[in-house]
Design a binder for this molecule. Structure first.
Ligand SMILES: N[C@@H](CCC(=O)N[C@@H](CS)C(=O)NCC(=O)O)C(=O)O
Length: 200
């Protein structure tokens, strides 16, 4: 399998963390691309987004949530998704929340890089509100330590992306449980092996 990825993408990182946790990293070759400029990506994925996973038979899968579920289903011991019941819906909801917040963070970063005259203050405020409210919700129902589920991995990818793109924003001050959880989680080999590059 090949994972087309960008080192700055929280969604690609989520997939890489999941692959690592499932013991599947060794089966996945990494193809680094810039999704905005690499023309080959759209032939694999009409949306031209990373992550895109190319299977050994040439079929391509996209959307990080789907790729993670595919990897889990093909792991020796699937374990990122509880089979049924509340635990399943809770972790899927947490994944949805963290993915949505990561998308808002990505859009905020892109907005803030525009020349001042092109920036949209209203949209920036909306992205910030989504990020803040998501952090509050994750603090209210902070992840617990143990074998990580997909919601925990998505949360770590989101928080890691915040630290990467918006260092020093002080989100931790009012989210002590989430912060303490992340400090431990970020020491896992899966997190160390997938760190975002030095700020670019
Ligand atoms: N919902 C998608 C989001 C993927 C995504 O937005 N990836 C960004 C990089 S972080 C991308 O490839 N953007 C290029 C584009 O939007 O054209 C997922 O979970 O995989």
């Amino acid at each position: 399998m090949q994972l087309w990825y960008a080192p700055t993408s929280p969604f690609a990182r989520k997939v890489r963390i999941a692959a690592h946790e499932l013991g599947l990293s060794y089966r996945i070759g990494l193809i680094k691309v810039d999704p905005w400029t690499d023309k080959r990506l759209r032939d694999l994925n009409p949306l031209a987004k990373v992550p895109t996973l190319v299977l050994d038979d040439g079929r391509a899968l996209y959307e990080s949530a789907l790729i993670c579920e595919y990897l889990d289903a093909h792991a020796e011991t699937p374990r990122l998704y509880p089979a049924s019941g509340t635990a399943r819906w809770e972790t899927l909801l947490r994944q949805g929340l963290a993915d949505g917040a990561a998308a808002s963070a990505g859009r905020l970063f892109a907005e803030q890089r525009k020349p001042d005259a092109e920036r949209n203050g209203g949209m920036e405020a909306r992205f910030k509100a989504a990020i803040d409210a998501a952090l509050d919700a994750l603090e209210q129902d902070a992840p617990v330590h143990g074998e990580p589920l997909i919601g925990d991995i998505a949360t770590a990818a989101f928080v890691g992306y915040l630290d990467f793109r918006f260092p020093g924003t002080g989100w931790r001050a009012t989210r002590l449980k989430l912060s303490a959880w992340y400090d431990v989680f970020s020491q896992r080999p899966s997190m160390k092996a997938t760190e975002h590059p030095a700020r670019i």
